[in-house]
Design a protein around this ligand. Sequence first.
Ligand SMILES: [Zn+2]
Length: 183
Amino acid sequence: MRAFPLPEKTDNILREKGQSGSFWEDRKDRHHCGIDLYAPEGEPILAIEEGEVIDVDIMTSPEMISYWNETYHIIIRNQSGLFCKYGELAAYNVKIGDTVEAGQIIGHVGTVLNNEKIDCNAPEYIQKLKDNNPSMLHFELWESEPIVEDRNYLGGNWFGDERPEKLLDPTEYLKDIESSKNK
Ligand SMILES: [Zn+2]
């Protein structure tokens, strides 16, 4: 069994290639490592598959970038072998070493951007998001243990054109779960 990570998801939640928030979206100096699933702040986030929590940590904070709120990520090693990284969470309900079932609530949707602190120095794609208050689940899928600390990786983006070898496009993976749920 697999569960879609947002139980209250809206229609057309999966961003298609080229749309803002889609996988590997070109953000000029960086590329998007995941897919953004827009949802109201505080919405529960479910584990997609059964697995083990291998990391829970701060993903963004005002100490890193002044216009960021503090948010968290959870990394789960799925029993199937893939790694899911659930990011930009306002809160988490699990700890490292926990085993989770598919469909278990692991955290809640958060908001990275602090609109009051976004100024003209922020990248263009951030300027566009300002005042839209985009709370979301930032979701990444990896073939092996996700990169979280690397000089090219920051806040769910990769600085550079070359995609990390083990980073997968999660679009089809999520579409598949979504369609099997609707059967
Ligand atoms: Zn994202």
